[in-house]
Design a protein around this ligand. Structure first.
Ligand code: PGA
Length: 302
């Protein structure tokens, strides 16, 4: 039987996740020698090296990868237990880990503000990543709640739509198509496009639409963020297909126009996704209930 403590596992999880002893020490508010000591004790118990350090970089060995996957499940179960106990004592406290795709940054903070005000003892860690990175986190069971626009197709997740997420065609306000009604898709397809990076849900939906219509997508440039794309569209570099959430602010003064094209907007939804059968922690259930009850905070800004 290995004699392993919760503290050692927490330390290892932080080092493995952050790939750094110093950042783990900072996050855990302890010194770096304390982190090294916990890892050494854990190594001794496991009997195989867990981490390899090359220069400042930390890599996981195969045993380390195995332990990291186990840790995620184990700490998740323990965290749920702690939250249940706090809840039995009448407190809502603990850590809520949310992974959300890049485009949600236009609305997620609007719900998190009032949520934090209502539950000041719940700490939130919001990870904003693209769809591919989010699916990796989901597979590793790293978070409590996942928010995305294109849920995975496998059977091992459950998805719940909670708000509309239309994709629209964006052009500079001065573009000759701006203001025209019912622009044929074939005409739109002649235009050069600015697209998000591979792995983005927006990019995937856009490519699927062009494929379904057997039309070539003319990509002028690939850019890694919605904001960069909006600036490039305003600068006249091409058109883009983006979530309407990205256009919400100050539409009257915008340099951008939404085009009225046949087949658009592509009507989609934002989804809450979780591994099938995953037991929700008290704080995650509290957040989901709050989100469902306060949807108008989000919809108002769409
Ligand atoms: P993305 O996802 O930010 O990865 O493009 C957004 C979406 O699917 O709508």
């Amino acid at each position: 039987m290995m004699q392993v403590t919760l503290r050692q596992l927490r330390t290892f999880e932080a080092v493995a996740r952050l790939r750094s002893f110093s950042r783990a020490a900072e996050e855990m508010e302890v010194t770096q020698p304390t982190v090294s000591k916990q890892i050494r004790l854990l190594n001794e118990q496991v009997g195989l090296p867990l981490l390899e350090q090359l220069g400042k970089k930390v890599f996981l060995t195969q045993a380390g990868e195995e332990l990291y996957a186990t840790c995620a499940d184990w700490l998740d179960t323990w965290g749920r237990f702690e939250q249940t106990i706090a809840s039995l004592k009448g407190l809502k406290q603990g850590r809520l880990k949310i992974s959300a795709v890049t485009t949600t940054k236009y609305f997620m903070p609007r719900i998190l503000g009032p949520f934090c005000a209502r539950y000041p003892d719940i700490d939130i860690a919001l990870e904003v990543v693209n769809r591919d990175r989010l699916l990796e986190r989901l597979a590793r069971n790293q978070d409590d709640v996942y928010v995305m626009g294109v849920p995975p197709e496998g059977l091992d997740t459950e998805s719940e739509p909670f708000m509309e997420n239309p994709l629209v065609v964006v052009a500079p306000a001065t573009h000759p198509m701006a203001g025209r009604k019912g622009i044929p898709f074939a005409e739109l397809a002649q235009e050069p496009f600015l697209v998000r990076e591979q792995g983005s849900g927006t990019r995937m939906t856009m490519e699927r639409m062009f494929q379904a219509r057997e039309t070539r997508l003319r990509i002028r440039m690939e850019l890694g963020s919605n904001e960069a794309i909006k600036q490039a569209v305003a600068g006249g570099l091409g058109l883009a297909i983006l979530s309407r959430s990205t256009l919400n602010l100050d539409r009257s003064r915008s340099e951008l126009a939404e085009l009225d094209v046949e087949g658009f907007p592509i009507m989609r939804a934002w989804y809450l996704v979780r591994p099938k059968g995953k037991q929700l922690s008290v704080v995650a259930a509290t957040f989901l209930e709050f989100l469902r009850d306060h949807l108008e905070l989000l919809v108002r800004n769409q």
